[in-house]
Design a protein around this ligand. Structure first.
Ligand SMILES: [Zn+2]
Length: 201
């Protein structure tokens, strides 16, 4: 499996395109469709996975869905038009696609063609935060960053949830952690990062 990281010019968030043979999956939607299309190339996009609904991770989602015509997996689609989940008021208007969603609430594993995606609900930064473990790679959205963790002062944030999510993530085994912003980090770096913040918060 090849992991491609694309950094959004406008929103500074990461999109990941995972490719295996002739199929791809996309994690988050904060980069323009054109940037993503270059990487997807002629592979078939099986699905898009959202780490959460904050605008910087979903801004271009409608373009992706219209172009790739694929399902979108997320914690719970009933939140897609809720400003407390999207924080839409911070960036002005954009529209979310309709009728493409599959809820991951109560689902912990998805198999799609060449991909096996382990899905973990990790609230704290936002109530709908998800982490995905694919092979030995953790895609942590805004829950874990390299040397930091996500903010917990936003409308659906919760510090106790964050603490519980960190305790859980500490038990996961992975090689690298790919965050919603910034550079990737190793499992060892995340052990230190998590331990530090468990004492801080
Ligand atoms: Zn966020």
């Amino acid at each position: 499996m090849k992991i491609n990281q694309i950094v959004s010019n406008t929103l500074s968030s990461n999109v990941y395109v995972l490719t295996e043979k002739n199929s791809s999956i996309i994690i988050d939607a904060g980069c323009s469709l054109n940037e993503v299309k270059k990487i997807v190339n002629n592979t078939k996009v099986e699905a898009i996975f959202l780490t959460h609904l904050h605008f910087d991770h979903v801004f271009y989602l409608k373009d992706y869905v219209e172009n790739f015509n694929c399902p979108v997996y997320l914690f719970n689609s009933s939140n897609v038009n809720n400003n407390n989940f999207t924080l839409k008021y911070m960036v002005g208007n954009f529209s979310m696609p309709q009728n493409c969603y599959k809820n991951l609430k109560n689902i912990n594993k998805i198999k799609l063609n060449n991909f096996v995606i382990n899905c973990y609900h990790t609230p704290g930064h936002s109530f709908d935060s998800m982490c995905y473990l694919i092979e030995n790679n953790l895609f942590s959205g805004d829950t874990l960053f390299c040397n930091s963790i996500g903010r917990t002062d936003l409308p659906t944030s919760n510090i106790t949830d964050m603490k519980n999510s960190l305790e859980f993530l500490k038990t996961l085994k992975f090689n690298n952690c790919y965050s919603g912003h910034g550079e990737k980090s190793t499992w060892q770096e995340q052990q230190e990062n998590i331990n530090y913040f468990l004492l801080e918060i």
